[in-house]
Design a protein around this ligand. Structure first.
Ligand code: NDP
Length: 290
């Protein structure tokens, strides 16, 4: 037994692997989905030691576990471990959903990008077509959302990142999918190369986690701008507060994305799509009561 993983073989077992993972809402989300659909399952959050990720996935499969969600810091490890990847996982270089066949062959997909697009377009009613989008950050989550964002045919995507070379790498990789530009935060003051203010700003940095803001100029935002923080929290994130103070038209956090990416995983594992709106509402009402 690796990392203390011991599954009850009388149940259909699912889990999220991460480190840390105690805060994860995935067990709650998947339990609510399963209840809706009358499916019995056991979904746990398992904290995996950083050096034991591969062994833990194999142990889970060996004990007839059915499916795994993968979160920080293991999405790239999961990508390397899978025997078969979906096209979108290959493009992103990251995996957040795993399943197995009877020979314990490991399959991987990424549902983060689809989750964001569903939340922006379906839950929040935004039309991304022909819009100018500013994406802050160039880490794993930004890599996962770029292709689905491009599929919405925005007019332009500007990626601003502290380490500009990382943004430039993403532009190189995705430039065949749309009009994408890389720059520094300071460069954003130069209005000549992009349509300002932006229609949509997506904060894909991890700064909100530490209560910090990306240092972007006020010229990027006005009262027509919609702002989305990939991070979610029980209260408005610092980025949402900043956007509201600048008069943004709408601010959103990443809770909807979290539920939508989970729904895509649920669909992969169970072949049915759960209702996400009621689950988002339920999680938000727990937040309000807290
Ligand atoms: P990564 O660690 O891969 O990337 C972090 C990004 O933040 C990089 O662009 C990094 O810039 C930037 N950054 C970190 N510290 C600073 C700083 N001090 N100043 C400026 N920039 C900084 O993280 P992820 O992409 O995996 O996650 C990003 C956020 O998205 C997190 O808040 C995470 O919780 C959230 N997320 C939400 C999901 C959801 O379902 N709602 C799903 C996935 C992620 P640099 O390249 O210069 O280091």
């Amino acid at each position: 037994m690796v990392n203390g993983i011991k599954l009850d073989s009388s149940l259909s077992n699912y889990a999220v692997f991460g480190n840390p993972v105690k805060h994860s809402k995935s067990p709650q989300i998947h339990s609510l989905f399963a209840k809706q659909k009358g499916i019995e399952l056991n979904y746990q959050a398992i904290e995996v030691h950083v050096e034991q990720f591969s062994e833990c996935v194999r142990s889970f499969a060996h004990q007839k576990g059915k499916g795994l969600n993968i979160t920080v810091p293991f999405k790239e490890n999961a990508f390397s471990l899978c025997d078969t990847l979906t096209e979108r996982a290959k493009v992103c270089g990251s995996v957040n959903t795993i399943w197995f066949d009877e020979k314990n062959h490991i399959y991987g997909d990424t549902t983060d990008g689809k989750g964001l697009i569903n939340d922006l377009t379906v839950n929040n009613g935004l039309d991304l077509n022909n819009k100018s989008i500013l994406v802050l950050g160039a880490g794993g989550s930004v890599r996962a959302i770029l292709e689905p964002l491009c599929e919405q045919k925005p007019n332009q995507i500007v990626i601003a990142n502290r380490t500009v070379s990382r943004a430039e790498e993403l532009v190189k990789k995705f430039s065949n999918q749309g009009n994408i530009i890389a720059c520094s935060y300071d460069d954003l003051s130069n209005l000549s190369y992009s349509r300002h203010p932006f229609n949509i700003i997506i904060n894909g940095t991890s700064l909100s986690l530490n209560g910090k803001l990306p240092m972007i100029p006020k010229s990027t935002i006005d009262n027509g701008t919609c702002c989305y923080d990939l991070m979610y929290s029980d209260t408005e994130t610092i980025f949402m507060k900043w956007a509201l103070a600048q008069g943004a038209a709408k601010v959103m956090d990443g809770l909807g994305m979290l539920v939508e990416q989970a729904a895509e995983s649920f669909m992969i594992w169970h072949g049915v799509m759960p209702d996400t709106k009621s689950v988002i509402q339920s999680l938000r009402s727990v937040k309000r009561e807290a």
